[in-house]
Structures are given as structure tokens and as C-alpha cells.
Design a protein around this ligand. Structure first.
Ligand code: OGA
Ligand code: MN
Length: 294
């Protein structure tokens, strides 16, 4: 059976069926799936019950995986637990650093743009979904946003370097919430503001709430620009909101989309999502210059 592709919206995203990750994917099917994630930015793969091992093995076909940040649950592994549940099965204290860490996902972002080597793709599998509903994930395309930028704004962003900092987005989410340790371990990094997909040649803006400035601009001007770009990308009419079903596997291109979590009853319900994260080719900026092919 061949891979079937249906569009999720008129402008980005696709639903892929006709294969089983658990049973194994042929080289031909993999090529189609890889093409689809590059082309549509977001692929929803329903009915894919995954174990940790199959999720890792499938994700690794797209490239090397990131290892989880030290300090987070599951540190040093290739899996990120996006959840309100602690490893011992109890529910996280909603006021803890750990809970805040997950809740910072409510801001529009891309994954790991605050690291020198950002994330290329993320694969999130819904393992335990809130019984009372909620906990949807919203997505928007920053390739569509690039196309829609007014010409003068497009000229402003081309060739620019943005500064991404996790402390910045944490502080934005809740004052005083970034720790000294985080700031030391993850100092601000530079990322190309415009990315070009190497497979399709399509451009996108690489934006996130992590942006604390733009090189060559005053901090407040750079932040205003980033906010403006996020506003264009996350225009309500352009958002795809994913309502999770059991065994959904959802993969997105961090270079060409933004996403955010939405609330659910964190103290009275349970939600467990497992993420694997495929690294991008390397830093997009080196010695203050945008790397060729970024
Ligand atoms: C993530 C993320 C959103 C969600 O895993 O990177 O942002 O809805 N998740 O859990
Ligand atoms: Mn995320």
C-alpha cells in the first residue's frame, strides 16, 4: 500500500496514511514521507501506535537526534517527555519549575532555536491524552508568512540574524522564571532569520518567542520586528489546530512552522506526549555570518 497524502488546510500541512511506522517503512515510502514534511511543513500520521524505540528509530532516519537538556526530566536521552506527569506517575506540582517548563510551550515557538544547532524536525506522539479534552496543539506556517510579508518587510528580514534566548521567552512567560543555571548553560545564540529549504528551495522566516533581538537593530526594535513577524505568521485564519486522537504521531518542520500548546486541566487530568527532535545540519550562523545553505 502506498503513502496517501491529503492536505490539512489549503496552505500547509498534510495527513499521511497507508503505512505503519511500527511495522517498518520501505525506502520508497520514507522518501515520500520526507518529501511531505519538507513540502507541507507539518504531517499528521494517525493510527501510529509507537513505542519509545520505534519512535527513536523512525526519527533517526531523518537525521541525528538531539539529546534532552540537562536539568529536564529524561536528560541525556533522545526523548523529551512533554507532560504533567512525573516519572513516578504522580502529577507535577503546578508551581514547580518543571511545570513551568512545559507551560512555556503556550508561547508560539520553534523547538531548540535557542541552541546553536536548532531543531530541524520534531515528532510528537500522543501517549496519554486528557480525558476531559483540551491540550490541542496549534501550528502555523512561516513559509506562508514569508510569502505574505509586504515587500518592504521582506527586504528588512532578508539576510538578518536574530538572537534567540530561552531566558528571554521564559521571562516573557513569567517574570523571574529563568534560572541562573539556564542562563549560564544556554546563553543567547544567533540564527538566520530567513531559512531556505534545501529540498524545495522555499523560503521561510525562522521565528519564535525566544527572539530577544536582531543583529544591527536596537533591542526594542528587533523585538518589535519579531513580534510583528509572529503576528503575520500566527494570523488566526492561518492556524491549524490539532485535536489529538489516541496514537496520533505529528511531525513538524521547525524551520518553516511555529507551534504552541494550549491549556488543559493540568492538576486534574493527565497528558503524556513524547517528543523526538531531529537536529538541523549545524549552526545557521558562524562568526557573525549566515552559513551557506541555511
Ligand atoms: C513540543 C511542544 C506542544 C504540545 O513538544 O515541542 O511544543 O501541545 N508541544 O504539547
Ligand atoms: Mn515545542
Amino acid at each position: 500500500m502506498a503513502v496517501q497524502i491529503e492536505k490539512l488546510t489549503s496552505h500547509f500541512g498534510a495527513r499521511l496514511t497507508g503505512f505503519s511506522i511500527q511495522d517498518g517503512i520501505s525506502e520508497d515510502d520514507f522518501r515520500v514521507i520526507n518529501r511531505a514534511i519538507n513540502e507541507y511543513g507539518l504531517i499528521v500520521m494517525p493510527n501510529q501506535p509507537l513505542t519509545d524505540d520505534t519512535q527513536i528509530a523512525f526519527s533517526e532516519r531523518f537525521g541525528p537526534l538531539e539529546e534532552t537538556l540537562t536539568g529536564a526530566v529524561g536528560a541525556g536521552s533522545k526523548l523529551v517527555r512533554v507532560t504533567n506527569i512525573l516519572p513516578d506517575g504522580t502529577i507535577k506540582d503546578p508551581n514547580s519549575q518543571l511545570a513551568l517548563f512545559t507551560r512555556a510551550n503556550f508561547l508560539w515557538h520553534t523547538d531548540s532555536s535557542f541552541k546553536e544547532t536548532p531543531a530541524k524536525f520534531s515528532l510528537l506522539s500522543g501517549r496519554e491524552l486528557p480525558k476531559k479534552g483540551g491540550g490541542d496543539t496549534e501550528f502555523a506556517s512561516t513559509a506562508v508568512a514569508f510569502d505574505e510579508l509586504p515587500t518592504e518587510l521582506r527586504q528588512v528580514v532578508e539576510g538578518k540574524i536574530a538572537i534567540h534566548s530561552i531566558a528571554h521567552s521564559r521571562e516573557k512567560f513569567q517574570k523571574g522564571s529563568s534560572t541562573e543555571e539556564q542562563r549560564r548553560r544556554l546563553p543567547p545564540v544567533q540564527q538566520a532569520l530567513v531559512r531556505t529549504n534545501p529540498l524545495t528551495g522555499r523560503k521561510s522566516i525562522h521565528i519564535a518567542s525566544h527572539i530577544s533581538g536582531v543583529v544591527g537593530m536596537a533591542d526594542d526594535v528587533g523585538q518589535k520586528l519579531a513580534e510583528k513577524l509572529l503576528e503575520v505568521a500566527a494570523n488566526p485564519s492561518k492556524i491549524y489546530r490539532h485535536q489529538w486522537s489516541a496514537n496520533d504521531a505529528v511531525m513538524w518542520d521547525n524551520r518553516a512552522t511555529i507551534h504552541r500548546a494550549t491549556p488543559y486541566d493540568e492538576t486534574g487530568d493527565r497528558r503524556l506526549m513524547i517528543r523526538t527532535t531531529v537536529s538541523d545540519f549545524g549552526p545557521t550562523v558562524m562568526n557573525g555570518t549566515i552559513v551557506e545553505g541555511a
